[in-house]
Design a protein around this ligand. Structure first.
Ligand code: G3I
Length: 356
C-alpha cells in the first residue's frame, strides 16, 4: 500500500471518529431535517383511521410531521354513535392512542353537526325533553370517554348557511336556536379543562360573495362569550382556493382574533381547480401559486397574539387523501404532500410564513 493511501485512510478514520464523537456529545446529528413539529405553534392534520391502519407511508408522515391531530371522520355522530345504545369507539380510540404515544395534541371533531346525523336520530320520536336528553347524553358520553386526552373540541360545526341565516338543521327544529349554547355547557360539564370551539367555513368569503356569514358567526361567538357560555375558541375551516385574496383571508383571521378567543385554522386546504375543469393538470406554476397562498395564510396567522394561536390543521395529509377532488368531481391537489407522499412547494412555504 502506498504511503499516500495509508495517509488518506488515517485522515478519513480521524474525521469519521470526530464526527461520531460530536454526535454522541451533543445528541444531535450535525444536519437535522426540519419537520412541521418545529413550527412555533401546533401544526396538525386531519387523519383517517383506516389510512393509519392500512397505509404505512401515510402513518409515517403523520407520526413524523404533526404536533396535533384531528380525526377527520371518526368522532362524527354517524360513525361514533350509530345506534341509540351503541358507541363505536375503536377508530377514534386508535387515533387518540397514536397521538398520545407520540406526544401529539388531539382536537376533537365534532360533537354537533347538521350533517352525518344517523338514521336512528332522524327517526327518533320523543318529547322536547327526550331530544334534549339525546343531545346531552351524546355530547357528555363522548367528551367523558376522552376526558383528559382530547384537548379541545369543535362543539358545534357549521350552524350557518352561506347567507348568514341559521341552518334549519334537525337540531334547530327539535331544540330551538339556543341549543348551541346548551351544547357548549354540556361539553364543559363533562370536561371543564377542554377548550371548546365553534367551527365553520366561509369566514374568508369576500364582499363580492357575502360577508353575512362571517358577521353571523362573529355575532354568535361574541354573544355566547358575553353570556358566559364556556366557548374558548373559533375554528376557521379555511377550505380555500389559491385565487382567494390575502385581504379576505386577513379579514377572516383578524376579525376572529378580535373576539379575544383562541383561533384555530381548523381544516386548511388550498384548491387549485378554480374553474372546475375536468381536464386540468397539475403544473409547477400552479404549485408555486399554491405555495404562495399557504405562505400568506401562515404569515397572517403568525401575526396574531401568540396566546390566541391554537394552531393550523390541514384537512388530511396528501392530495390522494383529500375530500376536495371527490366532492367537486374534478382533479385537484389541495394539500402540502402529493399522492406519492412527497413534499410539494407548499410544504416549504409553511416554514417561510413564520420567517420574521
Ligand atoms: O368509509 C366509507 C367506505 O367504507 C364506503 O365504501 C364509502 C362509500 O361512499 O364511504 C366511506 O365513507 C366516506 C367517508 O368520508 C370516508 O371517506 C363517506 O361516504 C363520506 O361522506 C365521508 O366524507 C367526509 C365528509 O366530511 C362527510 O362527513 C369527508 O371524508 C370529510 O373530509 C368531510 O369533512 C368535512 C368536515 O367534517 C366539516 N367541514 C367540511 C369538511 C369537508 O367536507
Amino acid at each position: 500500500m502506498s504511503k499516500f493511501l495509508v495517509f488518506s485512510l488515517v485522515i478519513f478514520v480521524v474525521f469519521s471518529c470526530k464526527k461520531k464523537i460530536k454526535e454522541n456529545v451533543t445528541g444531535v446529528k450535525p444536519t437535522t431535517e426540519k419537520t412541521l413539529k418545529d413550527m412555533p405553534f401546533p401544526f396538525g392534520a386531519a387523519v383517517s383511521a383506516s389510512l393509519l391502519r392500512e397505509n404505512s407511508s401515510y402513518k409515517a408522515i403523520v407520526i413524523k410531521e404533526y404536533s396535533s391531530l384531528t380525526p377527520e371522520n371518526a368522532m362524527k355522530f354517524g360513525i361514533i354513535h350509530p345506534a341509540e345504545n351503541y358507541y363505536n369507539w375503536p377508530d377514534a380510540d386508535e387515533i387518540v392512542a397514536l397521538a398520545i404515544a407520540d406526544g401529539k395534541r388531539i382536537h376533537g371533531h365534532t360533537l354537533n353537526w347538521y350533517a352525518d346525523v344517523p338514521v336512528w336520530v332522524k327517526n327518533f320520536k320523543g318529547s322536547a325533553q327526550d331530544w334534549e336528553n339525546l343531545l346531552k347524553t351524546h355530547i357528555q358520553t363522548i367528551v367523558s370517554h376522552f376526558k383528559g386526552k382530547v384537548a379541545s373540541w369543535d362543539v358545534v360545526n357549521e350552524a350557518f348557511e352561506d347567507d348568514g341565516s341559521l341552518r334549519n338543521s334537525i337540531w334547530v327544529q327539535k331544540l330551538g336556536a339556543d341549543y348551541i349554547a346548551r351544547a357548549f355547557q354540556y361539553a364543559h360539564e363533562a370536561d371543564p379543562a377542554a377548550i371548546l370551539f365553534y367551527n365553520d367555513y366561509g369566514n374568508e368569503y369576500g364582499a363580492e360573495y357575502t360577508s353575512k356569514k362571517r358577521e353571523a358567526i362573529l355575532n354568535l361567538v361574541n354573544s355566547l362569550k358575553n353570556r358566559g357560555i364556556p366557548i374558548g375558541g373559533i375554528g376557521l375551516q379555511m377550505h380555500t382556493r389559491y385565487i382567494q385574496t390575502d385581504a379576505n383571508i386577513s379579514l377572516a383571521i383578524t376579525s376572529a382574533t378580535a373576539t379575544g378567543l383562541k383561533v384555530h385554522i381548523s381544516e386548511l386546504d388550498v384548491a387549485l381547480n378554480a374553474t372546475y375543469d375536468p381536464a386540468l393538470v397539475y403544473t409547477e406554476s400552479l404549485g408555486e401559486m399554491q405555495a404562495a397562498k399557504y405562505k400568506s395564510i401562515v404569515k397572517i396567522y403568525y401575526s396574531i397574539p401568540k396566546s390566541q394561536q391554537w394552531g393550523i390543521t390541514t384537512w388530511n395529509v396528501t392530495d390522494g387523501d383529500s375530500w376536495v377532488p371527490g366532492f367537486f368531481n374534478v382533479p385537484d391537489w389541495p394539500l402540502i404532500f402529493d399522492k406519492q407522499y412527497q413534499k410539494k412547494p407548499a410544504y416549504q412555504a409553511i416554514f417561510d410564513g413564520v420567517v420574521k
